[in-house]
Ligand binder design. Structure first.
Ligand code: 9J3
Length: 242
């Protein structure tokens, strides 16, 4: 028998109070690390709290990232306002937080659910130096994201009745230019909240995407290209190779 794999490194958390340009949140980071770590801001949707994106904190912190899940200043803030708050959260982590000394300001990403997914697309337009975005069941009033040059993994939920994939996620994906690395993962049978609880398929793709584009680990390419969708996936699009 081969030896069991080592346990994943423990994840630490720090609570952030409101007052830094977003509604407060939780920082997740690996207890043991060397060098500076990439930073991910995760944004909830309309009327949601950070609980909606909480599972991505430990998921990505275990893989050597700092994650801040945020509350928005108002639960009804629009996607563009949520984008500003995500960027404020990244700046807080990098410059003022308890983990600023281990945060890498040059490797940052935004992800989020629904209006938080729309926020991640607007954040990419506003700050093209982001290394990756991951919109989850995204919602926004425009479907024109032709200005997005940040590598984008969109996760859609096949039976989403709030942000129907044919109206939102798929046109968003198609509007992103072919010169931008992109992928569209659609979870079979999922409703609007299909991305809000732990799922091994979503975890695998989000991990691969952030490993490849946020951490800059080119060995992660083999987990994305050529596309080989397995599991409860109703559709997968990409513009491999990358
Ligand atoms: O979960 C969401 O952010 C839903 C977006 C939406 O339907 O907003 C309508 C105003």
């Amino acid at each position: 028998m081969p030896p069991p794999p080592p346990p994943p490194p423990p994840v630490q958390t720090v609570t952030v109070e409101p007052g830094y340009g977003f509604g407060g949140g939780t920082i997740y980071y690996p207890q043991e690390s060397t060098g500076r770590l990439p930073v991910v801001a995760a944004v909830p949707g309309f009327t949601e709290t950070q609980e909606a994106v909480a599972w991505y904190g430990p998921l990505l912190a275990r893989r050597g990232n700092i994650v801040i899940t945020i509350d928005t200043i108002s639960p009804t803030n629009a996607p563009k306002t949520r984008a500003d708050q995500a960027l404020a959260a990244i700046d807080y982590v990098v410059t003022q937080s308890a983990v600023s000394d281990i945060a890498d300001a040059s490797r940052t990403a935004v992800m989020g659910h629904s209006m938080g997914g729309g926020a991640s697309l607007f954040a990419a337009l506003k700050r093209p130096t982001l290394k990756a975005i991951v919109p989850l069941a995204p919602w926004a009033r425009t479907t024109d994201f032709s200005g997005v040059a940040v590598p984008t993994l969109i996760v859609g939920c096949e039976n989403d009745g709030i942000a129907a994939v044919g109206t939102y996620a798929e046109p968003f994906y198609e509007s992103i230019p072919a010169t931008t690395p992109k992928a569209y993962l659609e979870m079979a049978g999922g409703n609007h909240y299909c991305t809000n609880s732990e799922d091994p398929v979503i975890a695998g793709y989000v991990s691969a995407w952030t490993d490849r584009f946020l951490k800059g680990d080119t060995t992660a390419s083999s987990r994305l290209c050529p596309p080989s969708p397995v599991g409860p996936i109703s559709e997968y699009r990409s513009n491999c190779p990358y």
